[in-house]
Design a protein. Structure first.
Lengths: 323, 282
């Protein structure tokens, strides 16, 4: 009988130790270190000794007022928006088609496999591949457009700001819409089918069903996609870095490329790069907080609240009895 | 009426198939150009950069490619070591953590889970500068360890494993193992891990691909060209020494994609299912 009273709770702590230790050493410590570097004069290759600046916020102020940093933030936002809006629209359209039970689209598996494929290919490779595809004056895209008669003379996509941004946004779109589509389809599959049947019996058209039944039920998943895509978009590095190295004239310079350039080229301004990182971190933290709020388990929160209320009541009653 | 309906529906379906086929071709087209041009000479590519059919310059392109800094074998081996190590660490420690969260009733269980959810989105970009300085101080630049160890704390995998255990694990199994005298750690390794196999396989694929494709941290930490990973090798093709060697650049890109293609077309069914699972938060 005594064996049964063994307390296993401590194993919960033991089993969490590896995760917690790894997090403390490899994430939290570097994060604090980065914050501190942001307050110091640390710059120059192979240097490690650093001193807190007279005005500790100097780097943060410099970065905030730097036109190139601001430009990098607006570039990141522009490229993200031009990738996200078409990505969502196309993914929603495909979801509507693939989940329409009356259309019975065939070979869905093949389409899904092919459309998702670019997502798992190394972004660095894709950036370089598109750099070659959009080559000037000779390149597959230029050749194709010339043959089709869309343009008369080869276009230099790499030199114009908006085509350069457009191509980066397109690559992001092309790599991610399949992913979004699969998530949305899974979301639709999770909706109770009787809802669709009831709507059909009431005489709703496929379009009405999609906008009135499907979309409102996907709200959480759509919000989740929006915020995760935004957080991912803020870290955009591989494609803008390798496609045009941030150019032309900083038109595709994203914040992460900016941080990398500050710290690992020119005069190795680790302190400035650290300050920029922490500003980026703050933006991401705010977005994550919103995501966290959206995704919180509402049922569990309600349950816990009820449990607490119940416990309180029991306590009060006990007290009453005692009195 | 009904004939008209079915006719317009057929027209609608044809449009859908055309759009879907166009999108599928759009996914393949860049890779097709890449593979074909990998077999063509720079002269041929300059004459016409689109060709549907391969040519015969694969070997000479390969010789030019290998004569310079690009080394796909080194990149492959290094990426393999890092990705395998990181995947094993991520999957094992995440399973352990998830089991701790599901099987035991401890005081800090809920706060700990909230904490994991809170750091779910912490990207390594934001602490990379501090991480680099820290690794530089202890002489770990040009080592694979700083790219493998951090994977042991991968919140997204813990979250996925926890959901899986909540749905599949019956604590009776654990209890009967205890009655048989099994130690907790033994129970986890011998009884729980086999139960989690399907979830582990899915997450292992995604973790492997994720670490294989990483560019930012490896670029910062690995400066010795014998330590370069595959994506760093790719970035070399952007350099001046390959500027006029079109065929070789395409071949180099093709070589870096090849392993991923093989993995993807063998496992695409599980990968697609895995992505879909990520959407369900039940």
């Amino acid at each position: 009988m005594q064996r049964k009273t063994i307390n296993y709770a401590k194993y919960g702590y033991y089993f969490s130790i590896p995760f917690v230790l790894t997090f403390l050493i490899f994430s939290l410590y570097p994060l604090i270190y980065t914050t501190i570097i942001g307050f110091t004069d640390l710059r120059g290759l192979m240097r490690t000794e650093m001193n807190i600046l007279e005005n500790p916020f100097e780097n943060y102020i410099t970065i905030f007022n730097s036109p190139i940093f601001r430009r990098s933030l607006s570039n990141t936002m522009i490229i993200w928006i031009f990738n996200f809006i078409p990505q969502m629209l196309v993914a929603l359209l495909l979801t509507a088609w693939f989940t329409n039970r009356h259309l019975k689209i065939r070979a869905q598996g093949v389409y899904k496999v092919l459309i998702y494929m670019p997502n798992i290919i190394t972004a660095a490779t894709i950036a370089l591949l598109f750099y070659s595809l959009f080559g000037y004056p000779k390149g597959p895209i230029n050749d194709l457009l010339l043959k089709l008669g869309i343009i008369d003379s080869p276009a230099n996509f790499h030199l114009q700001k908006w085509t350069a941004r457009g191509v980066v946004a397109f690559i992001q779109f092309w790599m991610w819409y399949g992913h979004t589509m699969i998530i949305l389809i899974a979301g639709v599959m999770g909706i109770n089918p009787t809802l669709f049947e009831a709507a059909e019996i009431d005489g709703a058209s496929a379009t009405q069903i999609f906008f009135r039944v499907t979309l409102p039920r996907l709200k959480t998943i759509l919000l989740y996609s929006l915020i995760t895509s935004m957080i991912g978009g803020l870290q955009m590095y591989d494609i803008p870095r390798l496609f045009l190295l941030g150019g032309p004239d900083n038109a595709t310079l994203t914040t992460t490329v900016y941080i990398h350039n500050q710290a690992f080229s020119g005069s190795y301004l680790y302190n400035r790069a650290a300050a920029a990182s922490i500003i980026l971190f703050t933006i991401i933290a705010i977005l994550s907080a919103i995501l966290f709020y959206v995704m919180r388990d509402r049922d569990a929160v309600r349950l816990r609240k009820r449990e607490r209320a119940l416990r309180k009541e029991v306590r009060n009653r006990k007290r009453e009895v005692l009195v | 009426m009904s004939v008209g309906m079915s006719k317009s529906r057929r027209g609608y379906k044809i449009i859908i198939y055309i759009v879907c086929t166009f999108l599928a071709v759009l996914s393949i087209f860049p890779f097709w150009i890449m593979v074909v041009n990998a077999t063509r000479s720079t002269f041929q590519i300059q004459q016409s950069s689109i060709s549907l059919f391969p040519s015969s310059f694969l070997l000479s392109n390969f010789k030019i490619l290998m004569g310079k800094t690009f080394n796909p074998i080194t990149g492959f081996v290094n990426s393999m070591i890092i990705s395998t190590g990181a995947t094993l660490g991520a999957v094992y420690v995440s399973s352990l953590t998830a089991y701790g969260l599901v099987a035991y009733n401890w005081k800090l269980r809920q706060p700990f889970f909230t904490f994991i959810m809170a750091v779910l989105m912490l990207p390594n970009v934001v602490f990379a500068i501090g991480y680099y300085q820290m690794m530089y101080r202890i002489g770990w630049t040009n080592s694979f360890w700083p790219l493998i160890f951090p994977a042991m704390a991968t919140p997204a995998v813990v979250f996925f494993m926890r959901q899986y255990l909540l749905a599949t694990l019956s604590l009776d199994i654990v209890d009967s193992a205890r009655i048989d005298g099994a130690k907790e750690f033994y129970t986890f390794n011998r009884i729980i891990m086999p139960i989690m196999k399907p979830a582990i396989a899915t997450q292992a694929i995604f973790q492997f691909v994720f670490h294989w494709n990483q560019l930012f941290l490896p670029t910062i930490l690995l400066t010795d060209n014998t330590k370069y990973t595959m994506p760093i090798m790719v970035s070399l093709l952007r350099g001046d020494i390959y500027k006029t060697e079109f065929g070789s650049v395409y071949l180099g890109l093709a070589l870096t994609v090849l392993p991923l293609f093989i993995v993807y077309f063998l496992l695409s069914k599980y990968i697609i299912a895995g992505v879909a699972l990520g959407a369900l938060k039940e």
